[in-house]
Design a protein around this ligand. Structure first.
Ligand SMILES: [Zn+2]
Length: 81
């Protein structure tokens, strides 16, 4: 079921090591990379960006239209409250 990480060893290992990886696969099977967080009065919200290209080898691993169709958002998913 490992859809991502087949393009190169770097991505594969980045997703499994260390356990607290910044890569996350949602239920809709879109791969997200946590790129930062925002601090509000109440909580910390994480910013996740769906990635189109592997950050290590540059291979296209996701399609922008596909992500849009699956997630129903354009780019950055909103912060978790
Ligand atoms: Zn790669």
């Amino acid at each position: 079921m490992q859809k991502f990480g087949s393009c190169c060893k770097d991505l594969y290992e980045a997703m499994i090591v260390p356990p607290q990886t910044f890569f996350r696969i949602e239920e809709n099977e879109v791969l997200y990379l946590t790129i930062g967080y925002t601090q509000t009065d109440e909580c910390v919200g994480w910013l996740d960006q769906a990635i189109i290209f592997c950050p290590f080898c540059g291979v296209q691993i996701q399609d922008r239209e596909e992500i849009k169709n699956k997630s129903h958002v354009d780019n950055v998913s909103d912060a978790v409250s």
